[in-house]
Design a protein around this ligand. Structure first.
Ligand code: ZN
Ligand code: ZN
Length: 274
């Protein structure tokens, strides 16, 4: 009860600070699986956009991937790509190498394991290194600030490792949970394939409570297991939209009143409660 009281205060304080500028509304656009484009005016980031394995989850549609690789349409001016972990339904090393080669301005934020895969894959160039922001596999919160569109702190990233779902058999996978604030206004969170084991969130309670997230994108199993209220409280998130929904959506998603990304191209406005 004491904990819930203090979270309420933090939430109100966060909302008072965060009002997106009119006309510069932040939006999140769903591509497939855990691939999301977040746009805040000129500032654009992509989560887990390049992958080639389905494993029963939707792939990015070919025409969408072609626009993404060519920086056309909604993908014009992407500033940074963030990778949660190296599984084939989130990340493809040769495609990432090709993307970086084609987009000399883009910064890549990724776990250490992604860089190892990219170095061993076709298309690696040593010149990529200066555009890589590689996160070591540690338990400590990590912070990054990335300039974009002439704004020194356009992209503020606070990341923690939360173990991959599936128990000890997946514990070797470095799964990064990113909280990203764009232009000091809108904050989103992407959790990769984070576990539903609540014990793995307890050590990061202070991290999650330090800043309110306007829209968090957890894997659907977190919402299915915990329920939306507990997910919002634990992550200190105003709104949650579940991702990683299988092509054959489970009953826990179809019967839920919570929010999920299931259709390619659908969007959500990202903003705090007024
Ligand atoms: Zn995974
Ligand atoms: Zn996955």
């Amino acid at each position: 009860m004491i904990l819930l009281g203090s979270m309420f205060v933090v939430t109100l304080f966060g909302a008072a600070l965060a009002h997106p500028v009119e006309g510069e509304a932040t939006t999140a656009q769903f591509l497939a699986n855990e691939a999301i484009l977040v746009s805040a005016g000129e500032t654009k980031i992509l989560f887990d956009p390049l992958f080639t394995h389905s494993y029963g989850y939707p792939l990015v549609e070919p025409d969408t991937k072609a626009r993404l690789m060519a920086s056309e349409g909604e993908f014009d001016g992407v500033d940074a790509v963030l990778v949660s972990h190296v599984h084939g339904d989130h990340f493809d090393a040769p495609e990432m190498n090709a993307y970086l080669a084609a987009h000399a301005e883009v910064i890549l934020v990724a776990p250490h394991q992604a860089q190892l895969d990219m170095r061993a894959a076709a298309g690696w160039q040593e010149g990529f290194v200066e555009r890589l922001r590689i996160l070591p596999f540690t338990a400590q919160p990590q912070e990054l600030v990335i300039a974009a569109d002439d704004v020194a702190d356009a992209i503020r990233i606070e990341a923690v490792h939360i173990p991959h779902a599936g128990g000890p058999g997946r514990s070797h996978i470095q799964n990064m949970v990113y909280r990203v604030t764009l232009n000091g206004e809108a904050t989103v969170m992407h959790l990769g394939d984070a576990t539903q084991d609540p014990r793995d969130y307890t050590p990061h309670q202070a991290h999650f409570q330090a800043h309110e997230t306007h829209n968090a994108f957890p894997p659907y199993w977190l919402i299915a297991d915990w329920g939306g209220d507990r997910v919002r409280a634990t992550l200190n998130a105003d709104h949650v939209t579940g991702i990683h929904v299988p092509i054959n959506a489970p009953i826990s998603v179809r019967a839920s009143r919570e929010d999920f990304f299931t259709e390619a191209g659908e969007t959500r406005a990202v903003h705090g409660h007024d």
